[in-house]
Design a protein around this ligand. Structure first.
Ligand code: ADP
Ligand code: MG
Length: 230
């Protein structure tokens, strides 16, 4: 389980996350929503170790990882799909996937598993990442993170700017991962119907931190969207 416990995160002297707490249980899918600029990406970057909180702590499977470097957190099973995908456009699909693997020669199972989730990638192995559509690049970014077999998958706006048919494919993949029950998912998502569809619990952030939280039964699209529009 992941515990983000009262973290304060700054850029210089400007505090972006004021005492923010979030948890993700084993096998749980948790959505984080909030207007642009409230600090959702900052939260994920702090969880993966690209930023260090001034106060508060982050625990993962009973370990305090607040000061652990990103590569150690990756090794401990935390996978990250950054906003804007950030695949390597000059490398092939195969090379992008290999960069995600924790070992030099990933097992046949992990390769087969990723291709079973994203069959389209299997036939594009030698294409350059940059020649893929935005939606295909997003699928590649998720597949790359899964190559390391993470037990926690962090996704930052995976449906942003993506055509509806691929949004559906991504939703189906996340539903399948959830059903397998071996991974937890923390997803930043602006597309509320998508979020409500897949989440077990949710948080809505604003400038003051977490403004609203609840579970899928208390998720009301009108209530959440009111917090996103003001
Ligand atoms: N590298 C940075 N340096 C300074 N300020 C930043 C940096 N990255 C983000 N910010 C600021 O921090 C706030 C939160 O950004 P971000 O976490 O990207 O928000 P969100 O993902 O919710 O849109 C914004 O006001 C943004 O301008
Ligand atoms: Mg963001």
């Amino acid at each position: 389980m992941l515990g983000v416990d009262g973290i304060d995160v700054y850029y210089g002297e400007s505090r972006v996350l004021p005492h923010v707490s979030v948890t993700v249980g084993r096998g749980e899918v948790v959505c984080v929503m909030g207007r642009n600029g409230v600090g959702k990406t900052t939260l994920l970057k702090t969880i993966v170790g690209l930023l260090t909180p001034r106060r508060g702590r982050i625990t993962w499977e009973d370990r305090d990882i607040t000061r652990r470097p990103p590569y150690e957190r990756a090794r401990l099973g935390i996978g990250y799909v950054p906003q804007g995908r950030e695949i390597f456009p000059g490398l092939t699909v195969r090379e992008n996937l290999m960069l995600g693997a924790r070992r030099k020669s990933p097992s046949r199972e992990s390769i087969d598993y990723v291709f079973s989730l994203f069959p389209a990638l299997a036939v594009m192995l030698n294409k350059r990442g940059g020649d893929l559509s935005g939606g295909q690049q997003q699928q590649l970014a998720i597949a790359r993170a899964l190559m390391a077999d993470p037990s926690l998958l962090l996704l930052d706006e995976p449906t942003e700017g993506i055509q509806p048919s691929i949004v559906e494919e991504i939703a189906a993949v996340l539903a399948r991962i959830k059903q397998e029950g071996r991974r937890s998912i923390l997803i930043v998502e602006q597309y509320l119907e998508f979020a409500r569809e897949i989440c077990d619990r949710f948080y809505v952030m604003d400038k003051g931190g977490v403004a609203l939280q609840g579970d899928r039964h208390t998720f009301r699209v009108d209530e959440v969207s009111a917090l996103l529009s003001v």
